[in-house]
Ligand binder design. Structure first.
Ligand code: SF4
Length: 104
């Protein structure tokens, strides 16, 4: 499982730049660059969710990923050791991206 750094601090799951969700889904089935991917699991802070808001962020996280053009994608799972999700100012999923995407 990748180690995840996430700068989308407006996400309700974000705990000190770690993700408390446990798993995430990255979208971008036809992506050829990072900006064409996004973290589908982003939920804006304050929105209803079923997460435990007191859950701690996890260093390593399961990443299901539809960005099949990425070198790290194997059978729609991410095999990178370390990834970064960007979205410092994101207020929606579409404003995030997987900064670690590398086109094959
Ligand atoms: S590094 Fe590649 S395979 Fe891993 S989550 Fe990002 S886009 Fe998907």
């Amino acid at each position: 499982m990748p180690k995840l750094d996430c700068s989308a601090t407006n996400c309700t799951y974000n705990k000190d730049k770690l993700c408390a969700k446990g798993d995430i889904l990255v979208r971008g089935s036809s992506a050829e660059k990072p900006s064409e991917t996004c973290c589908d699991s982003f939920i804006g802070a304050g929105r209803d969710c079923y997460c435990n808001s007191s859950a701690n962020g996890k260093e390593k996280i399961a990443v299901a990923c539809e960005a099949i053009n990425c070198v790290f994608n194997e059978n729609r799972s991410c095999t990178a050791k370390h990834i970064g999700i960007s979205g410092t100012k994101a207020h929606s999923s579409s404003e995030t991206e997987c900064a670690s995407f590398q086109n094959r």
